[in-house]
Design a protein around this ligand. Structure first.
Ligand code: SAM
Length: 248
């Protein structure tokens, strides 16, 4: 598969994104992020790859000063059309640059739902950490929610899962794994009587230990690693929520 541009995902997914992720409840993430904001320094908060505002809009409703960056106009148009979405300043750009416009320093920067891995090379991921560190206030946090790669899912470096099967549609997810580049290239395939709809998604995964090293290179230290937004113990599988901190 060709390397997608940062705007490709949004262009191909914006019109179905909220519908296809309607069963993802952001409540635990919002509660945990709000608690982290309350514990940290005062200042604005930035979501990288804010998308349609699934997490940022309910977080802003708690009175937190939110900003966003996203590569896709199509995704951000959806955010702006939602109640409260037009009050969140969003800059169109690549999250590796962490450039929300202006010179603001942030109390917290976060990126959820494994979207950090949409940065398609180790260089871009390292650059993102370094730019986040530059933008954080002393004592500020960088919070990531990422999957833990489960390579046992892939037989001959590929997998196909039936995500949904209903009387009028089937949704399949086909993925190829590239162990050299640490890449997953996938397609969500919606099959209905009307035809076939493809929604591609590619990511460059990193192990938690690799993320820790990127943080150290950027001058951040790991403060917490949980197995989820309820601060469950991290057991090495599934996903993790990790909090890095800029020394005060
Ligand atoms: C899976 S969605 C996540 C959206 C939102 N954070 C959420 O949790 O619902 C991925 C988002 O990442 C954005 N994106 C992908 N690559 C990006 C990049 N390099 N820089 C900024 N945004 C990017 C897409 O446009 C899309 O809005």
């Amino acid at each position: 598969m060709t390397v997608p541009g940062p705007e490709t995902y949004g262009e191909r997914n914006a019109d179905v994104y909220d519908e296809w992720h309607a069963d993802l409840d952001p409540a635990d993430a919002v509660r945990c992020l709000a608690d982290l904001v309350a514990e940290g320094p005062a200042g604005p908060v930035l979501e990288l790859a804010v998308g349609t505002g699934r997490v940022t809009i309910p977080l802003a409703e708690r009175g937190i000063d939110l900003r966003g960056v996203d590569a896709s106009e199509a995704m951000v148009d959806r955010l702006r059309a939602k109640p409260g979405g037009d009050r969140i300043p969003v800059t169109i750009g690549d999250m590796a640059d962490v450039d929300p416009g202006g010179d603001d320093r942030f109390a917290m920067v976060f990126v959820v739902f494994t979207t950090f891995f949409f940065l398609m090379s180790q260089d871009e991921q390292v650059r993102c950490f370094s730019n986040v560190a530059r933008r954080l206030l002393p004592g500020g946090r960088f919070v990531l929610e990422c999957l833990v790669p489960d390579l046992a899912r892939y037989q001959r470096q590929q997998s196909v899962d039936a995500h949904r099967v209903d009387h009028d549609h089937v949704r399949l997810v086909a993925v190829r794994h590239d162990p050299v580049e640490q890449r997953f290239d996938g397609q969500h395939i919606l099959i209905t009587d009307a035809g076939i709809r493809l929604a591609p998604v590619s990511m460059r995964y990193a192990w938690p230990s690799e993320l820790d090293l990127m943080a150290r290179l950027a001058g951040l230290r790991r403060r917490d690693r949980w197995g989820g937004w309820r601060r469950e113990p991290y057991l090495g599988a599934g996903s993790h929520v990790t909090v890095y901190e800029k020394p005060a």
